[in-house]
Design a protein around this ligand. Structure first.
Ligand code: SF4
Length: 228
């Protein structure tokens, strides 16, 4: 039977990320490494039988889980900001005002309160698809339902205080969660801020302060006043 050594995977990731930390030109090696490890995880899921993706019931247009706080690491946020810079001005402006509006409503809310609001992520388009899909946060990739109807019902139920299980694709969930922790460890080891921030607040900050990117990639740590 196939067994995957998550502890070793996490250690290797952490070392690779730490190696690409400060001293780099505009953080490019770090951002490239982040993309590379995310692509590698994708390939791993395609290749291994234990990760049978036919079990997944998530698909384009189903955005029922896009109503939660998404914890996002700094380089993930910076990669999203870079990606958005390459999009057309109309889309960029639209996303920017959605981010601003959403952040005013959700800042300071804990996970449960955020879920209760049922407010959709600012990156969803009219069709319910993620507009930053190629660079979406690692924890968005870890949410993988094996039964979309039950997932939807459970999320609605949770907003009303009901405890219903959400059936997840366990291997994929654990792989991306380990990836997230490995990257966070590597950032701290490499002298950068390895804490996570709420996706909406982080992107709003990066929209407003593009000049801060270089400082963040050199070890500046954000404080809560920066985001609020
Ligand atoms: S970033 Fe994309 S996948 Fe993640 S919550 Fe937002 S719309 Fe959904």
């Amino acid at each position: 039977m196939f067994e995957f050594d998550f502890a070793q995977y996490r250690q290797a990731l952490s070392d690779k990320i730490a190696d690409r930390c400060p001293g780099s030109v505009a953080g490019e090696p770090l951002l490239n490494e982040l993309q590379r490890v995310a692509d590698e995880a994708e390939r791993l899921l395609e290749q291994h039988q234990v990760a049978d993706r036919s079990l997944l019931d998530c698909g384009p247009g189903c955005s029922s889980c896009c109503v939660v706080n998404v914890s996002t690491l700094l380089p993930e946020g910076i990669a999203i900001a870079h990606y958005l810079r390459g999009q057309d001005v109309g889309l960029k402006n639209q996303i920017r005002s959605k981010v601003e509006e959403l952040w005013c409503e959700v800042r300071g809310l804990d996970d449960e309160e955020r879920l209760c609001m049922r407010r959709k992520c600012a990156f969803l388009d009219e069709q319910g698809c993620c507009t930053i899909y190629p660079v979406r946060p690692l924890l968005c990739r870890s949410l993988t339902s094996t039964d979309a109807d039950r997932c939807r019902e459970a999320l609605v139920g949770q907003a009303f205080g009901e405890e219903r299980p959400i059936l997840m694709h366990q291997f994929q969930q654990q792989l991306y969660e380990t990836l997230f922790i490995g990257v966070a460890d590597g950032l701290e080891k490499g002298g950068l801020d390895g804490r996570s921030f709420q996706l909406t607040g982080l992107i709003r900050f990066l929209f407003k302060h593009p000049e801060a990117e270089a400082e963040l990639l050199e070890g500046r740590r954000l404080c809560w006043q920066d985001l609020y």
